[in-house]
Design a protein around this ligand. Sequence first.
Ligand code: SAM
Length: 472
Amino acid sequence: MARSRRPATHAALPEALLAQLADRLEGGTQDFLRAMGEPPPTSIRLNPDKPFHMGQEAEVVAWCTHGRYLPERPAFTFDPLLHAGAYYVQEASSMFLERAVHAIGPWRDRTLALDMCASPGGKSTHLRSLLPKDALLVANEVEPSRRQALQENLWKWGGWNVVITGAPPAAFLDLGELFDLVLVDAPCSGEGMFRKDPFAREQWNPSLVDRCERVQREILPHAWELVAPGGHLIYSTCTWEERENEDRIASLVALGAIPIDIPDGGSFGIERTISNGAIGHRFYPHRVRGEGFFMGVVKKPGGRTVHHPPVPHTPQQALSTWFRCAQHLVEVDGVQHATDPVWAAVVERISSSVRNVIPGLPVAEAKGGSWRPHPALALNGLLDRSAFPEVPLDHDTAIAYLKGQALPAVDARGTALATHRGLGLGWLQGAGSRWNNKWPNAWRIRGHAPGAPLVSWSAHDERGAGTGVPHG
Ligand code: SAM
């Protein structure tokens, strides 16, 4: 079905849904309907590991340190900093994940986390930033057509110790109670997205709610079995249906889960709910600057019994000069993947249990009998930047690079790192009078002209951004 671009209006809300919401909103229905007719706020989440100068004060999202509202929706695609992973365009309510993760912490050494429904990666990239650097994040997406976006977003974000998998929840059961944290951002009826995404509204009908509840009933018990004693499960949706929200948390409480309160979870206009022993947090567009959303946290009884002890590790010499610290490398189909050596045994165990595993950060590809650096390494803090010469690109040259163009050069040789505003972007291969472009085809900017104003910071602070004529 073609996706409609027209803005949603409150007149478009289904009667059955409105009647049910009116009960919950307790006199706030008019304010709710008014808010549903307003344009959704635009927000981004900054990457704490890739700081840049925004050149303007931006309002902070109240529940997220690195969340920022923008005054308008710019042409994000034409901002090289987006492609460099300096920020992620994300709806503000979802950033409440920060409060949930803080409510569970402090995190112990070598935390193991699983994001069960991860694509396109909004919460995985956020989780990667919120957890300690030595944690391992397994980001799973069962739907093959959605895995490409997850990889791209995680690799651009640039965190260490990320394994990507593509398996149904039941496939993880052989691993047992392995994870300190499991996040289930469940497929849902999407009512909270009606204002932002008219397609969500067009799809909605009461049987969609039934179907989503059925899928959630399948996913959650499996996810719960994977939580270690003393570990936690975070559950979220972008719908207002009680059957898909509080009732699902209550089903875990019935299995022995302990509901966890999120400090400040009733502040900022967020509604804190208690129902059948479940604690939930609801977001409505007339009460918060964000879309409809729900989140709850539960804990498995018991002390933490699963430890992930460091395994004896012989440092691998191959490619070691490219990395800032020793890595465990696993080769799959001519690509080397890196993780912290302490996670080697766990990554091997995951690889032998579930399908479609990318066992770490792809760092090198076999090409003509030698190793070439992988595009994901250019974007990652693991890269030892002294290992390659750098070619700084200004805004327009970076856009040409992101479109896949070769760049003119003088005596360009070997492999170089293209940077923008000091951030690693991608690889260049010298060919004398030009740099050949190694930016992945699938990531190229396809459009020719921005359909909206450029991001405001592209006009500011071009200090250190480089020139338009890169030299070898
Ligand atoms: N967490 C993502 C983010 O923040 O960007 C959004 C996840 S989206 C709400 C739900 C995801 O669950 C989709 O990517 C969908 O493909 C996946 N999914 C659908 N059915 C599933 C199932 N039966 N088990 C696990 N995941 C499923």
